[in-house]
Design a protein around this ligand. Structure first.
Ligand SMILES: [Zn+2]
Ligand SMILES: [Zn+2]
Length: 322
């Protein structure tokens, strides 16, 4: 058998040709002359081959060409782009094949699906953070914003943020992101979370639901004081069950979240007071507000020292233990 092109004797024929002649004559790659690209004028993402993509244009084009250029019989197929030149390479039966083309990237401007949903005020989920009827503290608001905005991205945009009933509402483009932000907030604040779906309409014959995630932050938190049965307790544990310690007797108790939700939080500030003298069960201190001498009962486990922390509640002062 001979190659019909160069006349060389061959063992294997490729459409009557030797492999060298075949590789030289054959066109292996169908490099397109042009590619249409739409750029979102809002977020700068690209639509190439009917898909909205984020990233660097040349990388995206390369990926698109690698996925769409036919390369039958070619192994180790590679695409490179240099300016408007496209180079396709690969191996055909151990022979390196290279083909070059010039590609015209036709660019237009438009708006991507996500941006059009966002601009239209569309949202899939509302994440509500609440602290009983109370106002969230500035610190809690800051932490909450940080968590939510760190989670946000292009698809999972936040279309609106509103202060409501002492808490915050976040309107979000993506349910999954809302759920995951709710979980982080829940763990961070030792809260309780509920989800309620609501039917908002139909799309392509299917019911469309919007989820509301409610993260309830407890009013109490670790280090805060609460009133239980007329006595003052300090919260020291915020895991599954809530641990409280009687600040006078040192008695510890654990309560369920449910029980704790009915407990009154005491708004007091700890103050430092100078210790004048200390006995086994009592301690004499100087009231930091009016410099009167107070005799207070001493917490069971308190060591003798120069200063102690006190709180005042209902006309009474309490020494706060360690
Ligand atoms: Zn030949
Ligand atoms: Zn966009």
């Amino acid at each position: 058998m001979f190659c019909v092109e160069c006349g060389k004797e061959i063992e294997e024929s490729f459409e009557g040709l030797c492999i060298e002649c075949y590789v030289r004559k054959k066109k292996f790659f169908d490099i397109p002359e042009s590619v249409d690209v739409t750029v979102c004028r809002n977020c700068g993402s690209y639509n190439i081959g009917n898909k909205w993509l984020e990233g660097e244009l040349y990388e995206l084009l390369k990926n698109f060409l690698r996925g769409s250029i036919k390369h039958k019989g070619i192994k180790n197929f590679r695409v490179e782009i240099d300016g408007d030149k496209v180079v396709c390479r690969g191996d055909f039966h151990g022979f390196e094949v290279t083909e070059k083309g010039v590609i015209n990237v036709k660019t237009r401007y438009g708006i991507c699906e996500t941006c059009s949903r966002m601009k239209g005020g569309y949202f899939e989920a509302v994440l509500q953070v609440r602290k009983g009827g109370r106002n969230m503290t500035d610190e809690e608001i800051k932490l909450s914003d940080e968590v939510v905005y760190r989670k946000a991205g292009h698809e999972s945009y936040i279309t609106k943020r509103e202060r409501k009933h002492g808490g915050i509402d976040y309107y979000m483009g993506d349910k999954k992101m809302a759920a995951s932000a709710a979980k982080i907030l829940n763990d961070m604040f030792c809260g309780e979370t509920s989800v309620s779906p609501s039917l908002v309409g139909m799309k392509d014959g299917r019911e469309v639901y919007r989820n509301t995630y409610l993260v309830r932050i407890p009013e109490y938190s670790k280090g805060r004081y609460v009133e239980i049965d007329g006595r003052v307790w300090k919260v020291f544990d915020m895991r599954k069950r809530v641990g409280v310690v009687d600040i006078e007797t040192g008695e510890k108790k654990y309560f369920s979240r449910d029980r704790m939700s009915k407990v009154k939080v005491i708004d007091v500030e700890e103050m430092e007071a100078i210790v004048l003298s200390s006995k086994e069960k009592e301690v004499q201190i100087l009231d930091p507000e009016n410099y009167r001498v107070l005799v207070l009962s001493k917490p069971a486990d308190m060591k003798v020292r120069e200063k102690v922390k006190i709180i005042k509640w209902k006309e009474r002062a309490y020494v706060v233990g360690d």
